[in-house]
Structures are given as C-alpha cells and as structure tokens.
Design a protein around this ligand. Structure first.
Ligand SMILES: Nc1ncnc2c1ncn2[C@@H]1O[C@H](COP(=O)(O)OP(=O)(O)OP(=O)(O)O)[C@@H](O)[C@H]1O
Length: 316
C-alpha cells in the first residue's frame, strides 16, 4: 500500500437489538459500511458526502481508529488505525462542527498549552504554529476567553487551530462550516485551502454544504447505504446526475407559466414561480430574459443541496 489513505473492501456491521412485544427482542445486523475501497494521496482535498445514515461517520471512525472494521483492509499514514491508534493520533487532526474538542471552562490559550503537552509537540514548533494560526484565524483577542464564552464561529476557529497545532498529516473535518454565517464560512475555507497548499495537509471533509465541496475539494466521494456510489470530480457528479439550480421569481401579478429559453417552470403559486435550469449554466441570461419580458417584483437563486445532487444520481 503506498497512498496516504488506503481502504480495501472495508466493512463495518452493527448488531441492533429491538423490542418486539413486551418480552421479546429481535436482533438484526446493519451494514453501516458495506465493502468500500478507495485511496487518497498526500495533499488531496476530498469531500466525503452522502445522505444521513449513509455511513460517513462510521468510515471516519474506522480511519481514526475509534472503530474496528468488521472486515477489509485499512492503512492510514502507513499504519493500521485500530492497532496503532496512539501513533496515529499524533499524525491526524479531527474537527467536529457539532461539538468541540476543547476544554469548555478553560481559556483557549490553556487548551492549546495542554495539547502541546499531550502531543509532546516541540515547544518552538508549537509556538511558531500558534503564532501563525492566531494571526490567520484572528484568535488574538480570544486567547484568554473560556471556550464556553466563544461564539460558534470563534469556537470553530479555535477547534481548527487546536487540530493543527501538532502538525498532522491528515485533517478530518466533520461539517466544519455548519451554523456559520457566509463571511465566517468563506474565511474558514480560505484558511483550509492555505493549510493544504502550504503544509500539504491532506483533507477529508464530510459536509452537507455543497459550497464547501465546490470551494475546497477537487474530488468528491459519495457514499449511500454503506456503498461508494461515486468517486470523481464535482463537475462529473453534476454531469452524471442532472442537478438543477432554481430561480424563484416573484411577479408583480399572477401570470401563466413563464416562457424563457434555457429554463423550465416547475411550480407556480400565485405570483411566485419556480424555474429550474442546469447547474453548470449561468443564471445571468435566464434572469435577463425574465426581467425583459415580465414585470418582476423580486428574484432569488437557490443552489441544489447535496441531497438533491445525490438524488439525481439515481433518477438521472
Ligand atoms: N453504534 C451503532 N450501533 C448501531 N448502529 C449504528 C451505530 N453507528 C451507526 N449505526 C448505523 O449505521 C448507519 C450509518 O451511520 P453513520 O453514522 O455512519 O452515517 P452518516 O453518514 O455519518 O450519517 P449522518 O450524516 O446522519 O451523520 C446508520 O444506519 C446508523 O444508524
């Protein structure tokens, strides 16, 4: 095995017990990950997406050594994660958007100091990394604030710095932009791009935000019902399905379905109409054609979400 992450026919099953009547219980087996194979090279930024319950977290838990596979082969940075979990911990960083890995009551600075001792990072290296991340993530004014007093966006920046202070080779990010406003999302994404470019950190990102993938990942893997159903570029994923963007048009008055080239009316509700057009097309000509021919009160554009894109993989 030579890629940084190599996964071969990986499977993880869970036994689930359910009540069936007052005294009886039945057991069934859930194959959360069902024979997936892939390889990720050093420096890649890969999006790992799929609907709820598809098997994303289970895969990442196996890659980080938290869960032992039921079968299959797995190598991360040259080691078997479940067998060499302690060694691997020094070489990976993990960020969960939904919960913090920092100490709730401690100021950020103390959390970072504790991590330096836990990972036994060289003190000079730790100081240099901390100075760089403090500047890039604008953490300067926050270092003495207890984590519980930070806003979600501030806390997330702290979590990302914490995950990178020990110079990991791989960073796993689970919904890193969830709940953040547009500006914070943008800042976080450019920081991650920079970390990837300058430090060659390999990024594996699970997200429900298509823009995370668009702006960060050259490659996307789609998992559904435990199986890998797509592995390639985001453009290829859009092309394989038939992802649509939606233009929501509020007309001044009710009207018959709007008739403009390149877009199709999907729904009409009073003066509001929903027009869809392919995701790779520009919205500009559609907007111009609608504005030229109709009295428009308002317009808004909706991008497809990841669930929409995956759904079109099956429906075409
Ligand atoms: N510890 C467990 N015991 C039993 N079943 C589990 C366990 N962990 C996960 N599962 C089941 O395995 C399947 C995959 O779950 P997983 O958490 O990996 O999905 P996911 O893609 O991360 O979903 P989400 O986007 O909702 O986080 C689901 O059917 C889930 O109910």
């Amino acid at each position: 095995m030579s890629a940084l992450i190599e996964v071969e026919d990986l499977t993880r099953s869970f036994t689930v017990r359910r009540r069936a009547g007052r005294f009886r219980r039945t057991t069934s087996t859930v194959r959360a990950v069902d024979g997936i194979s892939f390889a990720v090279d050093r420096g890649e930024m890969v999006g790992y997406i799929g609907p709820n319950g598809a098997g994303k977290s289970t895969t990442v838990k196996m890659l980080t050594g938290i869960l032992v596979p039921t079968s299959g082969r797995l190598s991360v940075a040259g080691v078997d994660p479940a067998r060499s979990r302690t060694e691997l911990t020094r070489r990976i960083g993990v960020v969960f958007g939904q919960r913090t890995t920092l100490w709730w009551d401690l100021p950020l600075r103390d959390s970072f100091d504790l991590l330096q001792r836990i990972y036994r990072t060289d003190p000079a290296r730790h100081r240099a990394n901390l100075a760089e991340f403090t500047e890039l993530l604008e953490l300067g004014d926050l270092l003495d604030t207890p984590v519980r007093q930070l806003s979600l966006g501030q806390r997330m920046r702290g979590d990302i710095a914490a995950a990178l202070l020990h110079d990991p080779e791989i960073l796993y990010l689970d919904e890193p932009t969830i709940g953040l406003d547009v500006v914070s999302k943008g800042r976080l994404r450019s920081f991650l791009r920079r970390v990837n470019e300058e430090r060659s950190v390999t990024l594996l990102l699970t997200t429900h935000d298509l823009q995370d993938i668009e702006q960060l990942c050259s490659r996307v893997m789609v998992i559904d019902h435990g199986s890998l159903v797509y592995d390639g570029s985001l453009a290829g994923l859009h092309a394989q399905g038939s992802s649509q963007r939606t233009l929501v048009v509020d007309l001044v008055d009710e009207a018959p379905p709007i008739d403009v080239p390149g877009a199709v009316v999907r729904r009409v509700e009073g003066p509001r109409q929903w027009l869809s057009f392919p995701v790779e097309a520009s919205a500009a000509p559609v907007v111009a054609a609608v504005a030229a021919a109709y009295d428009v009160a308002d317009l808004s554009l909706q991008e497809p979400d990841i669930e929409d894109v995956i759904r079109t993989l099956y429906t075409g």
